[in-house]
Design a protein around this ligand. Structure first.
Ligand SMILES: [Mg+2]
Length: 340
């Protein structure tokens, strides 16, 4: 089998008017002379599409789509002078996932089977909300995560207490600071909310504040999570070996695809660090949660990526990985409304 085209576009969808639109999720298609097309999703919008069209496509044209890890290494090397982290790896992620989808279609088996088979048929989910957990979300998940806005310390604690009262003490509750706090503020907050039994505090610091994370892991009474803005298994290996997080949260559509997520799970298991993928309830990482994760918890998908068909539903706080070939997705290219 040979690759005869690598295509990428950013489908239009009702995403918020921020980076999620301007650098939104891209669809990647890898076509082969066997008539099979693999689909994947990456990030980085038009910039990532440009990298695929001008660098990665040229590299892959005419190549055998296997072994994927060899193609991954070649794509990483080709983007190394300007890549390593961020948009280039987001582009590479979409291609990697399309190659995994293609592999599954060629072998007529799901990515879950390829990863060793179903370890967890049903996976508990958590819902993510901003500032307040809405009525229509309460009772629908095993856990909830609250994004906390830029407010003062007292308001952060009040918002957390309100969320805990809304979901009750039996459900998991996490908070996400989206890289906006510092070490003293995180420790003050953690002390103030200790009785509310948070499951984790996510990305309290910017990802490059290595010393800050090391200090938090040593002294914060609440587990520290992060990593959705980190890229490649090599970088996660550092996070894990240096014990900079209790829980790492790679995003398979950004961190380098399934090839990297599998390696991140392997390294994390060696060091007893938990992996809880960002957007884990979306089809692209669900196979890893179902096959590799000793303690899976799937973050609810984003409702605006409606152009990915075959996304399994969340029922009463549970989700199952699809069992169709590859990622089990259906993409109706004729109906795609393309932004770029
Ligand atoms: Mg987050």
């Amino acid at each position: 089998m040979r690759i005869i085209d690598v295509r990428a576009c950013q489908p239009a969808c009702a995403s918020p008017p921020d980076w999620r639109t301007s650098l939104g999720q891209i669809l990647v298609a890898v076509d082969t002379d066997a008539g099979l097309t693999g689909y994947g999703v990456g990030g980085g919008g038009l910039s990532a599409i440009h990298i695929i069209r001008t660098v990665l496509r040229d590299l892959l044209m005419g190549r055998d789509p296997e072994p994927i890890d060899v193609l991954w290494r070649d794509m990483y090397r080709a983007t190394l002078p300007f890549g390593r982290k961020g948009v280039a790896i987001m582009a590479l992620s979409g291609v990697d996932l399309a190659l995994w989808d293609l592999r599954g279609k060629a072998e007529r088996r799901s990515v879950v089977e390829r990863l060793g088979g179903v370890r967890h048929r049903e996976i508990p989910t958590y819902g993510t909300a901003w500032d307040i957990i809405p009525d229509d979300m309460v009772g629908r998940h095993a856990g909830y995560k609250l994004h906390l806005g830029q407010v003062n310390d007292a308001e952060l604690v009040e918002a957390t207490a309100r969320a805990r009262a809304r979901v009750g003490m039996t459900r998991l509750l996490m908070v996400d600071a989206w890289m906006r706090w510092d070490v003293p503020r995180t420790l003050r907050y953690a002390e103030a909310v200790e009785a509310l039994q948070l499951h984790w505090i996510e990305e309290p610091l910017p990802p490059d504040d290595i010393n800050g994370y090391a200090e938090l892991v040593r002294s914060c009474p609440i587990p520290i999570a992060g990593g959705e803005h980190e890229f490649t298994a090599a970088a996660f290996r550092e996070l894990i070996q240096w014990q900079l997080h209790h829980i790492v949260q790679p995003d398979v559509c950004w961190c380098g695809g399934m090839t990297q997520l599998v390696e991140i799970y392997r390294v994390a298991a060696e060091h007893n660090v938990r992996v809880c993928p960002h957007r884990g309830a979306e089809v692209w990482s669900l196979p890893a949660l179902a096959a590799l994760d000793p303690q899976p918890l799937a973050e609810s998908g984003r409702p605006w990526m409606t152009w990915v068909g075959g996304q399994p539903p969340i029922r009463d706080g549970w989700i199952e990985a699809p069992d169709g070939p590859g990622f089990g997705v259906t993409i109706d290219e004729a109906k795609l409304d393309v932004l770029y």
